[in-house]
Design a protein around this ligand. Structure first.
Ligand SMILES: NC(=O)c1ccc[n+]([C@@H]2O[C@H](COP(=O)([O-])OP(=O)(O)OC[C@H]3O[C@@H](n4cnc5c(N)ncnc54)[C@H](O)[C@@H]3O)[C@@H](O)[C@H]2O)c1
Ligand SMILES: [Zn+2]
Length: 360
């Protein structure tokens, strides 16, 4: 088992990473003083695979368990579901020491985190991320939220878990598209902050994609560590944490304009290539760096070409993006592989130029 410590002023916690950790959940909860009851929130797909394993480990440690199961899907990350869950909690959760265990991907993590943050003004939260993306990204850093209509993550808070348990063997049942989605954020972590990790990914990407245990263990650990370091320095997302938006400004716009036919990871992959091309145009990144990024994304089975979408619509969404500050776009650029900077000099014209001349 590996441990990443997320250091925060008054909410530091550990992220435990390893194969087979789900079965250790009861013991880990006990070690953290969570000994009496637990409430599991999960979705039907994850419950079918792992719900009873989790419940057994808690039973074995003498915890009284309640399990609430919702259907999977982003559309369930809503206030309606929050209301349903409040109703369920009201029946079983009568004191503020009972933890909510979020067993699932980013949807369950964000939704259960929001419920835990607000029910009785906050009950303990334990994240048990089950997708690659949730283990290295959404499950770390305390951003919890629900969507409102088509506004994503618009109602939320910062709420750190008491601990996070990332069992890498759960990733084995994930479909390949979701593996690639997670890999997009892993490549992002490497390319913005850690060239050595990027080298490692270049060397081992085929084994990682095939979910080789020791590679996966290291990759989840290092990626979680990078994200945790950034969060430690800027918990509330007012500075450095912006760097995690590399590839996301154009990525989000692509997701929206494609009507979510592009998955988040796919859109971010194309967005990272676009940001790389912009960095090249601005004489920051060399051709070699851009080509390395493109090659690695391809080997992770992620798209690297601009799909046939309206460029003007993409630009329009970017202008409305919440990262526009005082009329200027905050954009993350690459100086080299492993070294990103936040810039406010990228103009809509430059973005248009790169999108129009994509194949140059
Ligand atoms: N809080 C943050 O900082 C943050 C960061 C990035 C993304 N997010 C959010 O994360 C969400 C996306 O998360 P996601 O990609 O994990 O998607 P998800 O939670 O929708 O999970 C994807 C699918 O995989 C299934 N699944 C989960 N674990 C599985 C497993 N081990 N085996 C088989 N199937 C499994 C789920 O049932 C679901 O159908 C979005 O709502 C996004 O806004 C949040
Ligand atoms: Zn992302």
């Amino acid at each position: 088992m590996r441990t990443v410590r997320l250091n925060l002023k008054d909410a530091s916690y550990n992220i435990y990473i390893g194969a087979g950790l789900l079965k250790e959940t009861g013991r880990l909860l006990m070690e953290h003083g969570l000994r009496k009851r637990a409430v599991i929130i999960t979705d039907t797909s994850v419950d079918r695979l792992y719900g009873s394993t989790l419940e057994h480990t808690l039973d074995n440690c003498g915890l009284a368990v309640s399990r609430f199961i919702i259907p999977p899907g982003e559309d369930k990350k809503s206030l309606d579901t929050v209301k349903t869950l409040y109703g369920s909690l009201a029946e079983v959760l009568t004191d503020r020491t009972t933890p909510v265990l979020a067993l699932g991907g980013g949807v369950i993590g964000d939704l259960s985190g929001f419920v835990a943050a607000t029910y009785m003004r906050g009950v303990p939260l334990v994240q048990i991320p089950t997708t690659l993306l949730a283990q290295i990204d959404s499950g770390i850093g305390g951003k919890v939220a629900v969507d409102y209509g088509n506004l994503k993550n618009i109602i939320g808070s910062f709420y750190q878990p008491k601990l996070t348990i990332a069992d890498i063997s759960l990733i084995k049942s994930l479909n390949k598209r979701d593996i690639s989605n997670g890999l997009a954020e892993i490549v992002k972590h490497a390319v913005i902050l850690d060239e050595k990790f990027f080298d490692y990914l270049e060397q081992e990407i085929d084994k990682i994609y095939k979910l080789d245990d020791s590679c996966l263990d290291y990759v989840v650990f290092r990626s979680a560590e990078i994200k945790s370091k950034v969060v430690t320095e800027d918990e509330k997302d007012t500075g450095l944490r912006n760097i995690l938006n590399f590839g996301h400004t154009i990525g989000h716009a692509l997701e929206t304009v494609s009507d979510f036919k592009l998955s988040h990871g796919e859109a971010v992959a194309i967005g990272m290539v676009a940001a790389g091309k912009i960095s090249l145009k601005m004489d920051m990144l060399g051709n070699d760096g851009l080509n390395r990024l493109i090659a690695l994304l391809k080997r992770a089975y992620l798209p690297i070409r601009l799909p046939d979408l309206s460029i003007e619509s993409i630009l329009e969404v970017i202008q409305h993006d919440k990262k526009v500050k005082n009329g200027r776009l905050r954009f993350v650029l690459l100086k080299s592989v492993g070294n990103a900077v936040i810039s406010d000099v990228v103009t809509a014209d430059l973005i248009r130029d790169v999108l129009v001349n994509w194949n140059e």
